[in-house]
Design a protein around this ligand. Structure first.
Ligand SMILES: Nc1ncnc2c1ncn2[C@@H]1O[C@H](COP(=O)(O)OP(=O)(O)OP(=O)(O)O)[C@@H](O)[C@H]1O
Ligand SMILES: [Mg+2]
Length: 624
């Protein structure tokens, strides 16, 4: 039996565009062929990829400008039309002339008279393809919907990335889409997302550990000196004397806590302590109690008699007592006992172990801005220090929504330690596996250094001229011409360039199904206003939340610690007096949060709830 030969349709002849009439470096000018009315294609637009054959390769270029130097005045008169292009890479050819893999850079430059064609689908697919092992598809390229837009995970995360765009252009949806695609491929990832508007829990559901003020425990003793100064003293004028007092007393309170802990432990156990009480500095991340700090202040107050000298001590004591009682600070100062929970805090924040939830969402909505500033500073610092002391063994991605709030270009705005902590990740985080994702509506209000460290940019619609200029300043001509679309793109579209993508391109992100959207829908005024008003209970509930500064019905939720037995607590021995004969003025135990006594003998023992040994040993290194 014989078979009739299969009919293979002939390949489409490549669509000719024109010929090169000028070349300068990697740029060329093309005179477009006269329109004879037979071409199915419109004139290429900005961003279109064109090709030109050279003996060993196919050189690819991108349209960066179009013009008609001598426009015709009569309908039947042909006019000169030119295209400016920039060459950026080439496809190697096999012996039959078929395109092989794409590489950036040009080895054989095109010359005058060379003919340019539109790149075929196959050539586009090769040019935009990424190694599928470490890349994910997030949408398609605008030029050709059948060509997937891919991002290279390692290149994008390794050297930071930014998502920029005016409000409502789809930044949060893009964050959700990118992270979801990355997490689906890497279920054992470690992502920490700062969620200012409480939008992302809805997008990630079971994949996320959602931490909010109601169930967060970020002990105050993890704050460094600048951060604790911001909370306890703030930005008041003439604050130097208060700062000096705090600088002197915090190491003493830390040493006092440690001495109390060591009292019940053997000499051998004490030898394993990473740091001696005498060597504790103001920023050594070891626990201490507010009661000890207040006790030390009272001891000093008993010694001093000059009015002026007393004032800073009195102010600090009053402020410490007031924030210890303030429910808004409950997640920092509210714990009745002080435990050394650093391993547990890191385990929960950085998802170690992952336990099926590779992303931790920090809901910061509803917190006063000075607290948010401090929390972001602590988290960014912890992430960076964790990277340093873990020698980058556990890469972490730190996603910072509304980044212009934390790293503003204006030196007088923002909180200096937060700026420093985020800048540090931007500048040095790569070496320690800590990557940054910056999300902002206003690139012009973002610290330029941070943006310059982001090697992949997703620029969504940006209407403001200053914002556009910031982006234009940082990229090459061909990609720069793509930015012309910045003010006209639709929602869910972006100009993408940098190391995380094969080529600068305009992409259309995949549509996220509604159940995976961040909860950030644009309000429908007409629908809402058409509904019956809820009863008065509704308003009461809002007022209750407002007063309790909590979105949950109960203001104190579960602890940040994972379920299981608590680690060793502080033993509340009477603190030793500062000097012989000096009166010990100590509050009764439990009067201020952070003071509750634990049965002696429980200090220093490792508990089953404590995470991996490696994390604990890392913390020992960190402290020493
Ligand atoms: N990839 C997408 N899939 C589905 N819907 C999208 C996508 N991108 C954007 N949208 C739509 O656009 C709306 C606004 O998107 P989004 O909340 O992400 O904007 P935004 O840029 O983060 O705004 P803001 O700066 O105010 O936070 C979404 O509610 C959704 O309806
Ligand atoms: Mg958003």
């Amino acid at each position: 039996m014989t078979f009739a030969p299969l009919h293979v349709p002939p390949p489409h002849p490549p669509a000719r565009v024109g010929r090169i009439v000028a070349v300068t470096g990697a740029c060329a000018v093309i005179l477009i062929d006269p329109d004879d009315g037979t071409s199915q294609h419109r004139t290429p637009e900005i961003g279109t990829l064109l090709r030109v054959d050279t003996p060993r390769s196919i050189s690819l270029c991108m349209v960066s400008a179009l013009s008609s130097p001598m426009p015709s005045h009569a309908q039947d008169e042909q006019e000169l039309r030119i295209i400016e292009v920039e060459f950026f890479g080439e496809l190697q050819k096999d012996e039959a002339g078929n395109p092989l893999s794409f590489r950036r850079g040009i080895s054989a430059y095109p010359s005058l008279g060379d003919i340019l064609f539109r790149a075929s689908k196959e050539e586009l697919a090769k040019a935009y393809a990424c190694d599928s092992e470490s890349a994910v598809t997030v949408g398609h390229i605008a030029q050709e919907p059948s060509i997937p837009a891919m991002v290279k995970i390692d290149d994008m995360l390794g050297k930071h990335f930014a998502i920029l765009g005016t409000t409502g252009t789809g930044k949060s949806c893009t964050v959700a889409l990118l992270l979801r695609r990355i997490l689906e491929k890497n279920p054992r990832a470690h992502v920490l997302l700062l969620d200012v508007h409480r939008e992302y829990a809805h997008a990630f559901k079971d994949m996320a550990e959602v931490i909010g003020p109601g169930n967060m425990n970020l002990p105050f003793w993890l704050l460094n000196f600048e951060e604790i100064v911001e909370i306890v003293i703030g930005q008041q004028p003439n604050r130097e004397p208060d700062i000096e007092v705090l600088r002197e007393l915090i190491p003493l309170a830390k040493a006092r806590y440690m001495n109390n802990q060591r009292r019940d432990r053997s000499a051998l156990q004490r030898q394993r302590d990473p740091v001696e009480p005498g060597a504790i500095g103001v920023d050594t991340p070891v626990p201490y109690r507010t009661s000890d700090l207040i006790g030390l202040i009272e001891e000093h107050l008993g010694k001093l008699d000059l009015r002026g000298e007393l004032a800073p001590y009195k102010r600090l004591k009053a402020r410490l007592e007031s924030i210890s009682r303030d429910s808004r600070y409950g997640f920092m100062f509210g714990s009745l006992t002080v435990h050394d929970t650093m391993s547990q805090v890191l385990a929960r924040l950085f998802r170690i172990p992952v336990n099926g939830k590779p992303i931790a969402i920090l809901e910061l909505g509803g917190l006063p801005s000075e607290i948010v500033n401090v929390v972001v500073s602590v988290l960014a610092r912890l992430a960076f220090d964790f990277g340093v002391w873990s020698t980058g063994q556990i890469p972490i991605t730190f996603v910072c929504e509304e980044a212009h709030r934390y790293v503003p270009v204006d030196k007088s705005l923002g909180f200096e330690p937060t700026k420093r902590a985020i800048s540090r990740i931007a500048k040095e985080g790569r070496k320690y596996g800590i990557s940054l994702c910056i999300v902002s509506q206003r690139p012009a209000e973002l610290d330029a250094t941070i943006l310059s460290q982001c090697s992949t940019i997703f620029s969504m619609r940006l209407a403001n001229e200053r914002d556009q200029q910031i982006l234009r300043a940082g990229i090459s001509d061909a990609a720069g011409s793509l930015l012309e679309f910045m003010s006209t793109m639709g929602t869910g579209e972006a100009i993408t360039f940098g190391e995380g993508v094969a080529l600068p391109t305009r992409i259309k992100f995949d549509a996220l199904p509604a159940e995976q959207w961040p909860k950030s829908n644009t309000a429908s005024f007409t629908q809402s206003w058409a509904r019956e008003m809820p009863g008065e209970g509704f308003l009461n509930e809002i007022v209750m939340r407002w007063r309790a500064q909590s979105f949950t019905p109960e203001t104190t939720g579960p602890d940040l610690l994972p379920a299981g037995p608590l680690p060793p607590a502080a033993v509340d021995h009477p603190p030793p007096p500062l000097s012989p004969g000096f009166p010990t003025l100590r509050r009764p135990s439990g009067a201020v949060p952070g003071t509750q006594a634990q049965p002696p003998g429980t200090a220093g023992t490792r508990q089953p709830g404590e995470p991996q040994q490696s994390l604990a040993s890392l913390i020992r290194q960190f402290r020493s």
